[in-house]
Design a protein around this ligand. Structure first.
Ligand code: PEP
Ligand code: MN
Length: 386
């Protein structure tokens, strides 16, 4: 992959009235009044510059609400006339692009399900042609930086220079509080490889719920992401799509009031380093837990061995030696005596319990076996007698 991009800086085509730069609006345009009432409230928030709304909704299952289609574009035109907000909609094919451009949509976005298909990207790029419209490219559902960058590169090589990457989290099989795991290392890597590509963050699709949105926005700003796309609905409880993650314009304003805008210089590098150190801690903790689990298996082995040889569990001489020896080693490595002692006591307590459990199990097994043998012998005896 060539990693040379010819991308216009964001400031060349977007004005920033008040930071952070915000795109807000409902997941889906549902009715004229829902669109208008949401937009009118959003226009009162100085950081909101662009109004978003899904007109054609990519849905997992047929029969779910698939968007109002073309008629919604008229409602959006009204938003622009009445509030002055710029407009953005998701496009997934040439028909969408043509309709959007015909209705004066200012920015197009390509969704997570479309970005994976180079044919779709090609067709969308060709339909945009010479129209000087900016395009935001969401990351694909799977954590694959190459596909994300590949789509941006394809559009860029077709002459589109107003491009933005949108981080909306990644589908991840592990259990996580997020709807789509943020995996910040991926947008960070994108920034490192291609610093010229601006990145917006979509906390709504990352979080999937209201509670995580504020910390996720804060994190995005601390990582010096360039803007935010936040799903906002006048009454989220009645939303036809993504009900749990949408917030009201008032909630958005409150959240923005709680943000800490840190100084820019050094921020990204600081957070990047922090992220590196944290992933080192994650790896070390994993090793630590693995070592503890392995230690416990050896302890159980010893338990079985002691049981087979009818030896007691607590061997005071060994325990005293172990404490002395480990404290000495710990102190040599810069750890405090108290900490090592606390740690050892906890590990030892668990070890003793494991050995007791093993012994009980083995004893139980032996008793059952003995009983079985006795019954067999008794049976044989009865026969003998007979
Ligand atoms: C959306 O923004 O409403 C949307 C469908 O997003 P994504 O493509 O990220 O799932
Ligand atoms: Mn949505």
């Amino acid at each position: 992959m060539t990693e040379t991009f010819d991308i216009l800086p964001l400031q060349d085509w977007l004005t920033f009235p008040d930071l952070p730069f915000i795109i807000a609006g409902p997941c889906s345009a549902e009715s004229e009044s829902q669109v208008m009432s949401t937009a009118i409230e959003l226009a009162k928030i100085s950081q909101v510059r662009v109004f978003r709304a899904g007109i054609w909704k990519p849905r997992t299952r047929p029969g779910d609400f698939e968007g109002v289609g073309k008629k919604g574009l008229k409602w959006l035109q009204k938003v622009k006339q009445e509030t002055g907000l710029l407009l953005t909609v998701e496009v997934a094919n040439p028909v969408h692009v043509r309709e959007a451009l015909d209705h004066g949509i200012d920015i197009l976005w390509i969704g997570a399900r479309t970005v994976v298909n180079p044919f779709s990207i090609q067709e969308i790029g060709e339909t945009i042609g010479k129209a000087d419209v900016p395009v935001m490219v969401k990351n694909p559902l799977n954590p694959d930086l190459k596909t994300w960058l590949g789509a941006i590169e394809r559009l860029n090589q077709m002459g589109i220079k107003k491009l933005v990457a949108v981080h909306r989290g990644f589908s991840f099989f592990n259990r996580s509080p997020y709807r789509n795991a943020p995996m910040w290392e991926i947008p960070i890597e994108l920034k490192r490889l291609c610093p010229e590509i601006p990145i917006f963050v979509d906390p709504s699709h990352i979080c999937g719920n209201y509670e995580l949105i504020l910390p996720t926005i804060q994190k995005a700003l601390d990582l010096e992401m360039n803007g935010l796309m936040i799903e906002t609905h006048i009454d989220p409880s009645k939303a036809l799509t993504d009900k749990n993650q949408q917030i009201t314009p008032i909630q958005l304003k409150e959240m923005l009031g709680k943000l800490i805008l840190r100084r820019e210089s050094g921020g990204f590098e600081f957070e990047q380093k922090l992220e590196e150190l944290r992933s080192e801690i994650d790896k070390l903790d994993e090793e630590l837990i693995d070592i503890l689990a392995r230690r416990m298996s050896v302890v159980e082995e010893i338990g079985k061995y002691k049981q087979a040889n009818k030896i007691t569990i607590l061997q005071l001489k060994r325990w005293n030696y172990l404490i002395r020896d480990r404290i000495e080693t710990g102190i040599r490595m810069g750890l405090s005596r108290e900490f090592i002692l606390r740690l050892l006591e906890s590990v030892h307590e668990e070890g003793i319990q494991r050995q007791i459990d093993v012994m009980n199990r083995e004893d139980e097994g032996r008793r059952t076996k003995d009983e079985g043998r006795r019954t067999k012998d008794e049976g044989r005896g009865t026969r003998d007698e007979g």
